[in-house]
Design a protein around this ligand. Structure first.
Ligand code: MIC
Ligand code: SF4
Length: 639
């Protein structure tokens, strides 16, 4: 039977189950990546599993998120991660080297391979034709231990690209158009697979912008075929030996198909405060901007920064704008400098930072009160920038630089002719700071700072669960709402008791107090609950506070998996209208919950005072065992 690229990669890695849509499958993972903000916990979990060395073909630990060292905590974590990498046979990329996804694309990603990363933007690797999936840290720890990664066999959404992009319109506009049409829920349950004559117009880094931002569709991942452009990229990286052609067979079938004629696209922008709040730049042009940030795993490749630099030759940014450049990687910085483009950026007034995530996760670069910040980043969820009531817009590097020059949101087509640029045939690869795995058997002491708290113990599921609704929230709640990030909270990622004091801080300042006063808690939510990041702290910290049940209209994929991993039962309203029948502070009981899970029940009755609500429990047999054991770690240890 004719196969899609997705089906080919999945079939080559299938170790459990059958590739029937909607059923659970287990796949072999070739490569893993972690970043520091999720990595510390992932390696504590890996240590708890007790395997002496990583079992993958290649695993990399990156430090890119927690770069501000306002006290010992982040620096301690960096040293912890380095010592772990040395002990367990991983590559280690130290702070200043750049963003995991950009470096992985440049130096490690390979067509046809599977990559599991403890970061939701891992699908960036799909630009190279690999199946790159974001997951919670514990799932990545299991993959490093050589265990399969389990997922629900997704449907495949074919995205047919035709036509050519006009000057000043770029890859970011392609994926903004998809967000505009499909919304932040449009990709849930799907892998997005790109095909059609238009793809040859896109370089690997353009494709990576698309697969990266595709995470905001809620998709499991996104993937491009591997073709001559892929080969050319690997040649430029000195990695031509790793090239493998990978195309969908003629006649391959997709569950859905959507077509984008790229020649009809114009510059687009996502308005505050959701990546799918997309309009044309023309519609919002003229609004004054105070900050323009170019960077992030979505748009900080050499191509993106070169275009910005070329536009700025002989120009200056508006004096009312803080124009900041966050390079994606040390390699990007080296090449930019070698080509002379760095000079144009500095002369034009750019604040050039070290390579890393920085303001994208509120690690500095918070915008001023009541001002507009334009960013080439993937997310503009409320308050994520570090400023309350922020007004963050997401756009292409072209729109960003045009607006930095004028001080207002500007359609870049007003700037006249698009500058010419050429990418090097061979990049300077800048690998000297990536530490290769140490040989097995070396005596390595793990460096553990005082901020690293032991992993909490979680008890098995009780026979009957009784508790209170601690919070009721709306649709599209993000993990940034549940477990905020930013320069103050991120350093607590390796200390669950400390970080749990900030759960739901931006939504309800009394939540933690209420949770402490109740033994057992439940959260009620709307659609697409837990969208956004892969941070397992959004499950771990509420669990630590006694939350054992989440009842919502629907879940985002990674968050649901994280809930199960930490023993929180993910329930969905059998009738979404029942959302109105349960209120915050009500007492709730689920009689016989343990037995129901043991017996494979697909619905559960929830008693809310005198009423009863039916909830669906849509999980695999393996998930049931994990929930009964109280957590994936308990289950894996045979508890
Ligand atoms: C994000 O972009 O939200 C993050 C920060 O990279 C997260 C990971 C985290 O919370 O550490 C993600 O995308 O998974
Ligand atoms: Fe880093 Fe932002 Fe990318 Fe997350 S989205 S990995 S914070 S650059």
């Amino acid at each position: 039977m004719a196969k899609t690229v997705t089906e080919k990669i999945l079939a080559a890695h299938l170790v459990e189950g059958q590739m029937i849509k909607g059923r659970e499958i287990g796949i072999r993972i070739d490569q893993t990546l972690t970043q520091d903000a999720t990595g510390t916990m992932a390696y504590l979990e890996f240590e708890a599993i007790g395997i002496p060395r990583v079992q993958t073909e290649l695993s990399v630990s990156y430090v890119d998120h927690n770069l501000v060292q306002s006290d010992f905590k982040n620096a301690d974590d960096h040293r912890f991660l380095q010592s772990i990498a040395r002990k367990y046979g991983l590559y280690f990329s130290p702070p200043g080297n750049g963003i995991s996804h950009q470096i992985h694309l440049e130096r490690f990603g390979l067509s046809g391979k599977t990559l599991l990363g403890s970061d939701s933007h891992t699908p960036t690797g799909g630009g190279l034709g690999m199946l790159a999936i974001g997951a919670g840290g514990l799932d990545v720890a299991m993959a490093m231990a050589g265990k399969p990664f389990y997922l629900i066999m997704p449907k495949i959404f074919g995205v047919k690209l035709t036509g050519e992009l006009s000057p000043w319109v770029s890859a970011r506009d392609v994926i903004l158009e998809l967000l505009r049409r499909l919304s932040v829920k449009g990709g849930v349950g799907y892998i997005m697979e790109y095909f059609g004559p238009g793809i040859k117009e896109l370089s690997v880094t353009d494709r990576a912008t698309i697969t990266n931002f595709g995470a905001e569709l809620g998709a499991t991942t996104s993937v491009f075929p591997s073709d001559e452009n892929t080969q050319q990229f690997l040649v430029s990286q000195g990695r031509e030996n790793g090239w493998l052609e990978l195309q969908a067979d003629a006649g391959a079938e997709y569950d859905e198909v959507i077509e984008i004629d790229m020649s009809t696209l114009e510059p687009l922008i996502a308005c505050p405060s959701s990546p799918d709040n997309v309009v044309t730049v023309q519609e919002v042009a003229g609004r004054p901007v105070a900050q323009v940030l170019v960077g992030s795993c979505a748009n900080s490749s050499l191509r993106d920064l070169m275009v910005v630099a070329k536009v700025l030759v002989g120009k200056e940014v508006d004096p009312n704008v803080s124009f900041e450049v966050n390079p994606g990687s040390r390699q990007v910085l080296e090449n930019l400098t070698a080509q002379g483009d760095m000079l144009s950026l500095i002369r034009a007034g750019a604040r050039v930072h070290q390579a890393g995530c920085l303001g994208c996760i509120g690690m500095g670069q918070a915008p001023a009160t009541d001002t507009i910040s334009l960013r080439t980043f993937p997310r503009n969820f409320p308050g994520r920038s570090g400023t309350q009531n922020d007004q963050v817009y997401l756009c292409s590097p072209e729109v960003a630089v045009a607006s930095a020059i004028t001080g207002r949101i500007t359609d870049p087509r007003n700037l006249g002719e698009f500058p010419s640029y050429s990418l090097p045939e061979k990049y300077m690869t800048g690998d000297q700071r990536i530490e290769a795995p140490r040989p097995a058997g070396e005596e390595i002491e793990i460096s553990r700072g005082p901020n690293i708290a032991p992993f909490p113990d979680f008890e098995p599921l009780p026979e009957t669960w009784q508790g209170r609704v601690l919070l009721k929230v709306e649709d599209n709640i993000t993990t940034d709402h549940i477990m905020p990030a930013g320069a103050k909270i991120l350093p607590l990622r390796s200390n669950i008791p400390a970080i749990s004091e900030y759960v739901f801080a931006s939504i309800d300042g009394d939540f933690v107090k209420r949770a402490h006063s109740e033994a057992n808690g439940m959260i009620v939510g709307g659609d697409n609950y837990g969208q956004g990041s892969s941070r397992e702290h959004a499950a771990l910290a509420p669990r630590y506070l006694g939350v054992r049940i989440k009842l919502v209209k629907s879940f985002a994929r990674i968050h649901k998996a994280n809930l199960i991993n930490f023993g929180i039962v993910p329930l969905a309203f059998a009738d979404p209208a029942d959302y109105d029948k349960i209120q915050q502070d009500e007492e709730v009981e689920i009689p016989g919950i343990r037995k129901a899970l043991e017996q494979g029940a697909e619905t559960l009755a929830i008693r809310v005072g005198p009423r009863e609500i039916q909830a669906r429990i849509d999980i695999s047999a393996r998930h049931r065992e994990i929930l009964l054991a109280g957590s994936l770690l308990n289950w894996a240890k045979g508890a």
